[in-house]
Write a protein that binds this ligand. Structure first.
Ligand SMILES: [Ca+2]
Ligand SMILES: [Ca+2]
Length: 160
């Protein structure tokens, strides 16, 4: 933010004041006309449960020569960082399959929206992909017995 005018003495022509700084996320240095993030002791977290997506403050600029006052709105958009990993809703999933089940039979569809994995990050950062890894404790070794067909779910959430 740069406003034409001199805020420092001597010869000051303007003075700046920060308004509507509700959660005190922003600090104004009026002399150097700079805004700083004030996250001391807190985390500026866009993810749940904080949901901090935007910070809006107003900077009041007073013309010291003629006394006029103008307000500048400053809107700070908080971008999401991919700082969460997907988590499954259940620690284990169980499936019972009859012997002699034909190849190609669907045996599990339990990774639906409320039962699969979730990632609380937003947009692409919350995208989930499923895959099958080799389990060294599996007695059926060396056999590609299972195929995961649906590999991608997108997790969407609405920002307030
Ligand atoms: Ca993520
Ligand atoms: Ca995040």
């Amino acid at each position: 933010m740069q406003i034409n005018g001199r805020a420092e003495d001597p010869g000051r022509t303007i003075s700046l004041t920060l308004l509507d700084n509700y959660a005190h996320w922003v600090i104004l240095d009026p002399l150097r006309q700079r805004l700083f993030l004030n996250s001391t002791g807190r985390v500026l977290d866009r993810d749940p449960p904080s949901y901090i997506s935007t910070i809006v403050v107003k900077v009041q600029c007073t013309n010291e020569l003629v006394g006029t006052v103008i307000l500048h709105e400053v809107r700070i958009v908080i971008r999401d960082k991919n700082d969460n990993t997907p988590r499954f809703q259940q620690p284990r999933y169980y499936v019972a399959v009859n012997e002699l089940t034909p190849a190609g039979t669907i045996i599990f569809t339990g990774f639906g929206e409320d039962n699969g994995a979730t990632d609380i990050d937003d947009g692409p950062n919350g995208q989930i992909e499923y895959g099958i890894q080799y389990n060294p404790n599996d007695p059926v070794r060396g056999c590609n017995a299972f195929l995961l067909q649906t590999v991608t779910y997108l997790s969407y959430r609405t920002m307030e």
